[in-house]
Design a protein around this ligand. Structure first.
Ligand code: DHB
Length: 391
């Protein structure tokens, strides 16, 4: 097989990239080891930055982000028994949209397939060869073990945190920048009406909780737990008691819990994002802890930058932008790493935290909510910094 850009991974990054490349007249093949149904049903995060929404709405006339998604103009921060609203719209003129990632993927898959994208499900890449040449190749296997070799001008690893492409681009992942956290999130989906109009991020003496939403009938909630917690060990009553104790001042609407999972926290940035004729985007390049919902948004920002760099390389034979890709992408990646780390460390209670640590944390939260500059920083970061295009 022969294409201009071989994209490993049909998540938000790989699919948006294939679309932006097609708009520039560049053809691509997208591979994913999962089936279409798996991609469309795996529950992930739910918040889209303003810039991500604007891009999705521009590229896809049938995107349901505006019809099914829900605009949020602020969040509530809870601590010390108080509740403070961060007014995104008033502070920045921007907002975010609650539109779950699997819905984004459902829209994007339909869009790309309707435009004739060569998109292969259940095809697993095993390695990438010759990225130092102008003819890099992806070696993959289909569901029946049949070998596929894709020869391309450029290979993109959009293949998530267990990326195969990363090995060639960045060396062993242990050579990247890492941070572990001593807690995780216990996440639930339940059948209940919303408990709050806006998301509540709550720092309480019992630990962190996040009250999010999915639809008028389904809610998503999380609470800080031990990373080794077994999601099946708690009864529904214990889960509701835990959540309820962490959002003083709000009475949660309870309902049948039909999904539960434990999300481990990690910060990671690969040491290299590009080597020769291969580059990384999205979770293949970096992982953020979930607080602040930067994961998918950061993947889209990578892709906006990389697509214009590939257009320069493959259409105009200009290598400048691809040579600058890693450095430019890293600026936003480290800002998002900082924001995600900051939201995480400000809102969670580390095991063994002292009274000093707790009081300092409340002092930090108060510093943010009582200052327009503090609230504005949070609002700018949460709604998303403008995309760099490298142009
Ligand atoms: C959701 C997840 C997040 O990490 C976050 O910060 C806000 C919302 C969610 O899944 O709804």
């Amino acid at each position: 097989l022969r294409t201009q850009v071989a994209i490993v991974g049909a998540g938000p990054a790989g699919l948006v990239l294939s679309h932006l490349l097609a708009e520039a007249g560049i053809d691509s093949i997208v591979l994913d080891s999962r089936s279409r149904a798996q991609i469309e049903t795996t529950i992930r995060a739910g918040i889209l930055e303003q810039g991500t929404v604007d891009l999705l709405a521009r590229i896809d006339p049938d995107s349901r982000v505006h019809s099914v998604g829900d605009r949020h103009d602020g969040i509530e921060l809870g601590f010390d028994g108080e509740r403070h609203r961060i007014d995104f719209a008033g502070l920045t003129g921007r907002g975010v949209w609650l539109y779950p990632q699997h819905e984004v993927l459902t829209d994007l898959l339909a869009l790309r397939l309707s435009r004739g994208q060569d998109l292969r499900f259940e095809v697993t890449a095993s390695r990438v060869d010759d990225i130092d040449s102008n003819r890099p190749r992806v070696i993959a296997a289909d569901r029946d073990g049949g070998e596929l070799i894709i020869e391309a001008d450029f290979v993109v690893g959009a293949d998530g945190s267990h990326s195969v492409v990363r090995h060639q681009v960045a060396g062993r992942s242990s050579e990247g920048y890492f941070r572990e956290y001593p807690f995780a999130w216990f996440g639930i989906l339940c059948e209940a009406p919303p408990s709050s109009e806006e998301l509540i991020y709550s720092n309480s003496d019992n630990g962190f909780a996040l009250i999010s939403q999915r639809s008028p009938e389904v809610q998503r909630m999380y609470f800080q737990c031990d990373p080794d917690a077994d999601p099946n060990e708690m009864s529904e009553a214990e889960i509701w008691d835990t959540l309820q104790a962490r959002v003083p001042g709000t009475t949660l609407n309870e309902g049948r819990i039909f999904q539960r999972d434990v999300l481990r926290f990690r910060s990671f940035v690969a040491r290299e994002l590009r080597h020769g004729r291969a580059a990384l985007v999205g979770d293949a390049a970096h992982t953020v802890p979930p607080t602040g919902a930067k994961g998918m948004n950061l993947a889209i920002a990578d892709v906006v930058l990389l697509s214009s760099a590939l257009e320069s390389l493959l259409v105009r034979r200009d290598e400048g932008p691809i040579d600058a890709y890693a450095e430019l992408a890293m600026r936003r990646i480290w800002k998002a790493q900082h924001f995600s780390w900051w939201m995480t460390s400000m809102l969670h209670i580390a095991p063994g935290a002292s009274d000093f640590d707790r009081r300092r944390q409340v002092g930090e939260l108060r510093t943010v909510v009582e200052s327009e500059a503090g609230r504005t920083y949070l609002a700018e970061a949460y709604t998303g910094w403008p995309f760099a295009t490298g142009a």
